[in-house]
Design a protein around this ligand. Structure first.
Ligand SMILES: NC(=O)c1ccc[n+]([C@@H]2O[C@H](COP(=O)([O-])OP(=O)(O)OC[C@H]3O[C@@H](n4cnc5c(N)ncnc54)[C@H](O)[C@@H]3O)[C@@H](O)[C@H]2O)c1
Length: 439
């Protein structure tokens, strides 16, 4: 099958590469000419485990290619996926659909034989109708069907999520469109991946509801963690104890510095706007957006408290900057609030991140970057673990202690056992584990 992806960002690139790996001929169309140039030379601009290899293999097999022009790529394609960004509209918070609408206008110029237009970008409910209208208006003789196929990948495990997903959701109301989608996802169906067919609007809703529910779990356990610190309980035992209940589930119950990333912050916000506009406000989600925003600032305050009430003139080592491990994605990362708050309080920041330094540098001015974790810790008055990269999980604690000027560690991801930290003579402050997070 000949498939086009519009947008070679995170979603377009990895889903394009995975669909090529299934044997399809995939062309990724991308407006950013620099991105296309580096992809053509085999340089993948984002860090995602296994992605470079997948792109290179399929490029050399001539199943995957990159271009800036939809005109040439789009003709004769059975499916054109829209995978462009849908960021928050500044000051409003709803999803900005300008890139999706641009893509729809470009598609209208190339559809003639039956083409399935697949919206993979996360879009508000009803956006598919608008894309349908834009294309129909400009290409009245074109034959096409607009389908919703939201993406549920987790950055850091994206390839596995695409090839062995919990489910694929397809919102389609056209029989020919359904057949093309079934063909595209046949390899996944054969692997036992459940495919959910529904209406276009329901598919759009499923994506928002799923993301918001997960964001709610994270926010819930963060608030329980705060309470644990007041009443002297251990949130890790609490999340284990509740997570064993099948109805609750164990995942997304790890307390931390608040959620970030390319999806949860903008999608939670977009759903609150959408719900308010539909006169069905979801107060639970409005509250979680507010709680999560405040949490990042509260984490900076936690560091200040752990440092004796002031960080002025102190050297603070920050381990991890990306919003989660195994990605170089800095979008809405908690570090983008925590680090500037500490700088504003007078701290000098030295940071290390295994993959995120290139993306973090322009976003975090005035900080020093270290080559590795131990170099980062050297001479610091305190260390803050912001992202739980695997390489921070088993640091040589004797070396850590020797490197730090003051043995204070604020672990916002709870990756170390309290007892071991005590035994090594650290002042160890974590999240939700006993009074004040001090065990
Ligand atoms: N990143 C994730 O983990 C994830 C997961 C699920 C869903 N999503 C959703 O998928 C969508 C894309 O997210 P992303 O993270 O891949 O975004 P991204 O910003 O990484 O990529 C979007 C790409 O589209 C390109 N683009 C924009 N307009 C274009 C056009 N007219 N023609 C060609 N290229 C164009 C941009 O230059 C950019 O490279 C969003 O709606 C997002 O919410 C993302």
């Amino acid at each position: 099958m000949r498939i086009v992806m519009i947008g070679a960002g995170y979603v377009g690139l990895f889903s394009g590469a995975c669909l090529a790996d299934f044997g399809n001929e995939v062309v990724c169309v991308e407006v950013d000419a620099n991105k296309v140039a580096s992809l053509r030379q085999g340089r993948v601009p984002i860090y995602e485990p296994g992605l470079s290899e997948l792109v290179l293999t399929n490029q050399s097999a001539r199943r995957l290619s990159f271009t800036t022009s939809l005109k040439a790529a789009g003709r004769g394609a059975q499916a054109i996926f829209i995978t462009v960004g849908t960021p928050s509209l500044a000051e409003v918070g709803s999803a900005d659909l300008q890139y999706v609408h641009d893509a729809a206008r470009e598609i209208a110029e190339v559809v003639d034989d039956f083409t399935v237009v697949v919206i993979k970008s996360t879009v508000p409910i009803g956006a598919g109708d608008e894309v349908d209208r834009i294309i129909a208006e400009r290409a009245p003789r074109g034959s096409f069907a607009v389908v919703s196929n939201p993406e549920f990948l987790r950055e850091g495990a994206a390839i596995q999520d695409f090839k062995r997903p919990d489910r694929v959701v397809i919102g389609v109301e056209d029989d020919r469109g359904r057949e093309v989608m079934r063909e595209i996802y046949r390899p996944i169906e054969r692997n036992g991946g459940p495919i959910v067919y529904t209406s276009r609007r329901s598919a759009e809703m499923i994506k928002y509801a799923a993301n918001v529910f997960l964001a709610m779990k994270v926010t819930f356990i963060n608030e329980i963690a705060d309470l644990c610190e007041r009443v002297g309980a251990d949130v890790l035992d609490v999340s284990h104890g509740i997570g064993l209940d099948d109805r609750i589930g164990r995942r997304f119950l790890n307390p931390g510095p608040g959620f970030g990333g390319s999806c949860f912050p903008k999608d939670t916000l977009a759903l609150t706007k959408l719900a308010a506009d539909a006169k069905a406000p979801i107060r639970l989600v409005e509250t979680l957006v507010d709680v999560n925003d405040k949490r990042k600032t509260a984490m900076a305050a936690k560091v200040v408290t752990a440092c004796g009430g002031s960080v002025a003139g102190k050297r603070i080592a920050v381990l991890g900057l990306t919003y989660k491990p195994k990605t170089d994605d800095m979008r809405d990362a908690p570090s983008l609030v925590i680090v500037p708050e500490l700088q504003a309080a007078g701290a000098r920041i030295v940071a290390y991140d295994p993959e995120g330094v290139r993306t973090a540098k322009p976003l975090l001015p005035g900080i020093e970057f270290a080559e590795n974790a131990y170099a980062c810790l050297r001479g610091a008055d305190a260390a803050v673990i912001v992202t739980e990269w695997d390489e921070f999980r088993a640091l040589d604690l004797a070396r850590v202690k020797a490197a730090l000027a003051t043995p204070t560690i604020i672990d916002l991801r709870n990756i170390y056992p309290i007892r071991a930290m005590r035994a090594h003579g650290f002042r160890y402050v974590c999240v939700g584990r006993g009074f004040g997070g001090e065990g």
